[in-house]
Write a protein that binds this ligand. Structure first.
Ligand code: ADP
Ligand code: MG
Length: 291
């Protein structure tokens, strides 16, 4: 398919090209076709010592331009859920629609970028050549590659570091490079699995603020896994609170009242603290299920 528009960084908010409109995806919080629609989604791993129920009956609809965080105890299936959306795992039950098509079709047309907890940069490649690696693999011509890499390095504020090697950059900068790499096909959907989990709090604050700016600028839809309640509330339009394994959704906390412009100081406001409290209560209630 044509990705002619892929270079346009500031595409209008996704009202969805015709190809993404499918009646199967329902109950979006807004009228636009959802980016992710899961219904009754379940996944049971067939492990050597017996089945592991990782996800149970997850219903979730994510509208274009949302920032949705997932929070829950370790092992509750957050990574599994993201991997299902990315078509890296096959659900064993339920329905999943990504950008109006199957997760597989969405993967094949590179509808998402994935950012992992570890930056996973090759030490022998420069930052520019790491960021451009997916483009290289897919045979994007050199001149276009260079232009896109420069654009995304600029977006994550790493212009000037193109020729450095990963080990010459701080952990936070490396993670920004991996975000630039995930963005290089200009996917509408960004999947981020605890991307800042290994960083200290000051760096994390800084990256949170930058990520929010990036989200506002690019109108991406972001699914973001975290262990941190303040991080989830600060970044998100909605926080999905999950129970211990098998992961179920126990609450969805709407954070849109905080607005889109969020200075870090917003975290001291009563509204912010109230939302954090609600997430905390959800997590606590979830533990009660743990029989
Ligand atoms: P989280 O990201 O919330 O910490 P995961 O999605 O990684 O949780 O894992 C959910 C559960 O599924 C965990 O108990 C984990 O051990 C198990 N699990 C994950 N991947 C596999 C696998 N490939 N085979 C068997 N069990 C797995
Ligand atoms: Mg995980």
């Amino acid at each position: 398919m044509s990705r002619a528009g892929a270079l346009a960084l500031k595409e209008p908010p996704e009202n969805g090209p015709a190809e993404t409109e499918r009646p199967a995806a329902r109950a979006a919080p807004s009228s636009a076709a959802p980016v992710v629609a899961a219904r009754g989604l379940s996944l049971t791993y067939a492990a050597a010592d017996g089945p592991v129920r990782a996800l149970a009956d997850v219903d979730l609809t994510v509208a274009p331009g949302e920032f949705v965080s997932f929070i829950g105890p370790s092992g509750c299936g957050k990574t599994t859920l993201l991997r299902c959306v990315a078509d890296l795992e096959q659900p064993t039950g339920g329905e999943l629609v990504v950008n109006g098509v199957s997760a597989e079709a969405a993967r094949l047309r590179r509808d998402y970028g994935f950012v992992f907890q570890a930056p996973a940069l090759y030490p022998w490649r420069t930052i520019a050549r790491n960021v451009g690696l997916p483009l290289e693999i897919f045979g994007v011509p050199r001149a276009e590659r260079r232009e896109r890499v420069a654009r995304y390095l600029d977006l994550v504020q790493l212009d000037g570091f193109a020729k450095k090697y990963p080990w010459q950059l701080s952990g936070g900068m490396q993670q920004r490079a991996s975000i630039a790499r995930a963005l290089c096909f200009d996917p509408k959907l960004l999947l981020m699995d605890e991307p800042f989990g290994a960083l200290d709090e000051i760096v994390r604050d800084h990256l949170n603020a930058q990520l929010l700016t990036l989200w506002r600028k690019t109108a991406k839809t972001i699914l973001f896994v975290t262990h941190s309640i303040p991080e989830a509330v600060y970044l998100s339009t909605r926080v999905v609170v999950m129970s211990p394994r098998p992961g179920r959704i126990i609450d969805i906390v709407d954070c849109t009242a905080l607005g889109r412009e969020r200075p870090l100081e917003i975290r001291e406001t009563p509204e912010f603290l109230r939302l954090g409290q609600r997430v905390r209560e959800g997590l606590r209630a979830g533990h009660a299920y743990d029989a």
